[in-house]
Write a protein that binds this ligand. Structure first.
Ligand code: PEP
Ligand code: MG
Length: 567
């Protein structure tokens, strides 16, 4: 049994599907040309078959436009300049097929990459992708591919990028376990919104588990059992059923208000990544969207999304939420979130670097496009705009200034816009929490991002399992930063929410309630349990509990206090 971090709840029993990108070494060897040409042709045919299968599986799941990538890949396989070039090289130099392919493809790749034209550069990426597949076939290396999965499996990988996670097909992917990552890495967050059980940060998982091993993924306790005995499997089948029943029993809270036994109301909202997530928000009784991570719109695109594309997405979310508040966060790219069409500067610490509002204030055309799309969409619902990673008053003023300019332009153009747009900020950098009483004069609301606030206040990279013990939501130091933020907001009649993962943690709800948090935003699947908890608590008692927690010394003491007070 291996231990990791439970990142998305559930229990699954299935075979392991190991996702590996093996390192291959290509060497030049004197060889028999006829044999090498046969190897090459066979590998080429196998690769074509793979691509056709992947395309077939993706049909219906991807847009017509996205499917075209596979046709481009098939064209590479049929390209005479490439194929004849490889065969000529094998014949004239008596070299091995993989070496000849690597040399000829390498030439085309550098040629296309050196061109300015974005279309041509994409061709370089296509050739790279296809020739890697052909090389693997020549060398007899197993190619793992998420879209080739066609049976129920648990995906095991060193890491899954957010875009890998987005590709997972829920029908077959019954869970995943990765070597790196923490509870708040973006793959973990996406797993929760896709409702795929996940355990992350499992040390040595790749060297211990073999492709096809039977696994039990206990994503409630963060355990992975490898080839378990019948007795353990039977015990887990019972456990999985119990968990399913518990989840089903929470349905009764769907249409209830969120109110403590002594009449204190709070709002339970959901975090979403795409307009498609809204259905789950409503199904789970969400009272609003507390965080729409718009970067996923950018990450799923081939180029910067246009104003109209963005407008359609934002309008869809606002309309589907039917007048309930929707907090849309402006682009928070960087850190562990990348774009295929934009090269980030090399940095030693990307989470401390060029990301989020820092990038937007530096490249204002990108920012303006998004703000215009948002302001236009405001006519269709109750929009709240929020800037991520605000560290200084000047940054907030500058970002708000750009918003005001775009709003004024749209008004002058006669565009209809909503009359109660609020403009707020994420409080996720300790500097902003400490100065919350000043920020509250100029910001309409705060949303506390504990995922980043914890990594910055503890100086512990949220992606590193080695320092994951420092992810301490219950540390009194963090509780004090949260208190400063909430008190700062309330002193100026503003509201304070939280959209970091802490907001949905059952043990955290009592103390956050006691600290006076107004809005809790979490993955949609956490809402019903949170409502059950909140509705069983007394606000007066939780205020006392919070006051005691703030005076404690360690996270363990706080957790112990909460668990002994709230049964
Ligand atoms: C956070 O930092 O808590 C947050 C909600 O934002 P993200 O996880 O996208 O950085
Ligand atoms: Mg953040």
């Amino acid at each position: 049994m291996l231990k990791g971090i439970a990142a998305s709840s559930g229990i699954t029993i299935a075979k392991a599907y190991k996702l590996e990108t093996p390192e291959i070494v290509i060497e030049c060897k004197q060889s028999n040309p006829a044999e090498e040409i046969e190897k090459f042709n066979k590998a080429l045919e196998q690769s074509k078959k793979d691509i056709e299968t992947i395309k077939e599986k993706a049909t219906g799941r991807l847009s017509e436009d996205d499917l075209k990538i596979f046709d481009a890949h098939l064209m590479v396989c049929d390209d005479p300049a490439l194929c004849d070039g490889v065969i000529d090289k094998i014949n004239s130099e008596s070299v091995n097929a993989d070496y000849a392919l690597d040399a000829v493809a390498g030439m085309f790749i550098s040629m296309f990459e050196s061109l300015e034209d974005a279309y041509m550069r994409e061709r370089a990426a296509d050739i790279k992708d296809v020739t890697r597949r052909i090389k693997y076939h020549i060398l007899g290396v197993n190619i793992a591919d998420l879209s080739l999965i066609d049976e129920e499996v648990i995906v095991v990988a060193h890491d899954l990028t957010p875009s890998d996670t987005a590709q997972l097909n829920k029908k077959y992917t019954k869970g995943f376990a990765t070597e790196i990552g923490g509870r708040t890495s973006h793959s973990a967050i996406m797993a929760r919104s896709l409702e795929i059980p996940a355990v992350v940060g499992v040390t040595n998982i790749m060297s211990t588990i073999k492709h096809g091993d039977m696994l039990i993924l206990d994503a409630l306790k963060g355990k992975v059992y490898i080839n378990p005995d019948e007795e353990t499997i039977a015990r887990y089948r019972v456990e999985a059923k119990r968990y399913e029943e518990e989840v089903a029993a929470l349905r009764e809270y769907k249409d209830k208000a969120t109110v403590t036994v002594d009449g204190h109301h709070i709002e339970l909202a959901a975090n979403i990544g795409t307009p498609n997530d809204v259905a789950a928000v409503l199904e789970n009784g969400g009272e609003g969207v507390g965080l729409y991570r718009t970067e996923f719109l950018y990450m799923g695109a081939k180029d910067w999304p246009t104003e109209d594309e963005q407008f359609e997405a934002y309008k869809k979310v606002l309309e589907s939420m039917g007048g309930k508040p929707v907090v849309v966060r402006t682009l928070d790219i960087g850190g562990d979130k990348h774009l295929d069409y934009y090269e980030f500067p090399e940095e030693m610490n990307p989470f401390l670097g060029y990301r989020a509002v820092r990038l937007c204030l530096d490249q204002k055309d990108i920012f303006r496009t998004q703000l215009r799309a948002l302001i236009r969409a405001s006519a269709y619902g109750k929009l709240r705009i929020m800037f991520p990673m605000i560290a200084t008053i000047d940054e907030f003023r500058e970002a708000k200034g750009v918003y005001e300019e775009e709003k004024a332009k749209l008004v002058a153009e006669g565009v209809a816009i909503g009359d109660d747009i609020q403009v707020g900020m994420m409080v996720e950098i300790p500097a902003a929490a400490v100065l919350a009483d000043k920020f509250a004069k100029i910001s309409d609301f705060f949303s506390i991002g504990t995922n980043d606030m914890i990594q910055y206040s503890m100086a512990a990279d949220r992606m590193s399992e080695k320092v994951s013990y420092l992810y301490q939501p219950f540390n009194p130091s963090l509780l004090r930063l949260i208190k400063m933020t909430i008190d700062g907001a309330h002193a100026h009649g503003k509201w304070a929410g939280m959209c970091g993962e802490m907001a949905g943690e059952p043990d955290a709800i009592p103390v956050l309630l006691g600290l006076g948090l107004d809005e809790f935003s979490m993955s949609a699947t956490s809402i019903l349990r949170a409502r059950k908890i909140a509705n069983s608590l007394s606000y007066a008692e939780m205020k006392e509990l919070a006051a005691k927690a703030l005076e404690m010394e360690t996270a363990e003491e706080v957790l112990e206090l909460i668990r002994s007070t709230v049964k």
